[in-house]
Write a protein that binds this ligand. Structure first.
Ligand code: NI
Length: 435
């Protein structure tokens, strides 16, 4: 692995022991951040090292997208402004049924191009044809936490869990450790209790975290109460799901008892404000979750319900929604919003030593331009990154100590080819011509 010295950068470490920002150098070797200096102290090395003049960049940890369905970028803009049930049943499920493994491969690559160029260095994914998703992750250099989406009803329910386990055996730890695999029961309304019990036993046996959608809509919670006499969170607690490591996506409709259970069981939350707003699902009670001590990361969800994979946007939405809804501008300040998008997201995905610019941590970092009009003046860097910066400001991306993007250009992926392939496949799937 290469050895890189970033010289003279403005650094936002997102590290509570080093709050705010400073100017300094960062040395990366063996995939890790080995040294950080703060001016006037400088890093000098005697061995050969690639030096990057980072004087025009703000360096921060890469964004961690804690929930999504990457290949759904193929359905970006295909069905908008519809109720969730109609959107799924009449639009999304029929086109998803036509997806081939090759479609998933190219769709995932397109999503990875978008995520990397927008500063995301780790993403979570729940979908199908996951071998192709893992292949795309391996080729691209990005870090990922992947699971096969498990549906516990219908003809494929018996084999889906076996496939989920096989996917773990085939791919966990590959890509030089960048590919992590979990199990992925889709949701309580698609995975009945008997099926979930089998998933819990498998997770326990394999020591794997679980990704699941929980309490996304009011209708889902109401249906659960009618069928089981309790909320989805209480139902999961009774089934023993929370004795495993759980990443729960959405968690929009929670009562106080739900939040207490989640805090006690250390359930991690993937908050998807953009998707929840667009589908009219509501706004998750993030301030209450944080006050209860729950770890909350941020996610985009699939691009069909967002419609982009821009983590700067999700970070800003999370902060602004919490302030506006609670009429309290002190909620989710810039430092906390940055943590949610980075280190808290990594913790939500059960990744260790990831999401901070700190000695001994994985060298997953991004460089943001400080030369754009909206970066002048630069009084407070965390506030700039939260309120002013955007995905298009990203100039440099490093994952696991490897440079993936420099001067805004991807070094290994053929962006033009990926865009053309994905566009052609999307047009074929949806029956709409390319424009
Ligand atoms: Ni989802």
């Amino acid at each position: 692995m290469s050895k890189v010295l970033f010289s003279g950068a403005m650094i936002v470490p997102v590290d509570e022991s080093r709050p705010g920002f400073f100017t300094g150098d960062i040395l990366v070797e063996g995939g890790l951040i080995s040294k950080i200096s703060e001016f006037p102290e400088r890093i000098t090395t005697e061995t050969e090292v690639k030096v990057i003049d980072a004087g025009r960049l703000i360096l921060m940890p890469g964004m961690v997208n804690t929930h999504g369905h990457a290949a759904m970028v193929l359905f970006r803009g295909y069905a908008d402004d519809l109720p969730l049930k109609e959107w799924l049943e009449q639009k999304i499920w029929p086109v998803e049924a036509k997806l081939t493994s090759e479609d998933i491969y190219w769709g995932t690559l397109l999503s990875i191009v978008e995520m990397l160029k927008g500063g995301t260095t780790t993403f979570a994914d729940m979908y199908f044809y996951m071998d192709q998703v893992a292949q795309a992750v391996g080729e691209s250099g990005i870090r990922a936490v992947l699971c096969r989406g498990l549906i516990g009803v219908g003809e494929n329910s018996a084999t889906s869990l076996q496939e989920g386990e096989q996917f773990y055996r085939d791919w966990h730890g590959r890509g030089a450790g960048r590919i992590n695999v979990t199990l992925g029961p889709h949701a309580p309304y698609t995975c009945p209790p008997e099926f979930l019990k089998k998933v819990i036993i498998a997770a326990d046996r394999l020591h794997l975290p679980l990704q699941i959608h929980l309490s996304e809509t009011a209708g889902e919670v109401e249906a659960c109460r009618q069928e089981y006499g309790c909320s989805p969170i209480v139902l999961m607690e009774r089934l023993g799901l929370f004795e495993q490591k759980v990443i729960a996506a959405h968690c929009v409709h929670l009562d106080d008892e739900d939040i207490q259970i989640m805090a006690r069981r250390q359930v991690r939350v993937a908050h998807n404000p953009g998707s929840n707003l667009k589908l009219g699902s509501g706004v998750a009670p993030v301030a209450k979750l944080l006050a209860a001590g729950v770890t909350v990361g941020l996610g985009t969800d699939g691009a069909a319900s967002n419609n982009n994979l821009d983590m700067f946007e999700e970070m800003r939405l999370a902060a602004l929604l919490a302030k506006g809804i609670n009429r309290d501008p002190t909620l989710i300040p810039a430092d906390k919003a940055l943590r949610m998008a980075t280190v808290d997201g990594a913790a939500a995905l059960f990744l260790e030593k990831t999401g901070q610019l700190k000695e001994g941590f994985r060298a997953d970092m991004i460089g943001i331009s400080r030369e754009l009009p909206h970066a002048v003046p630069l009084h407070d860097l965390p506030a700039h990154l939260l309120y002013s910066a955007g995905a298009a400001d990203v100039r440099l991306v490093m994952v696991d100590g490897e440079m993936i993007l420099e001067k805004g250009e991807l070094l290994y992926l053929d962006e033009e080819k990926i865009k053309a392939e994905a566009a052609a496949r999307a047009a074929k799937l949806t029956g709409r011509s390319e424009t």
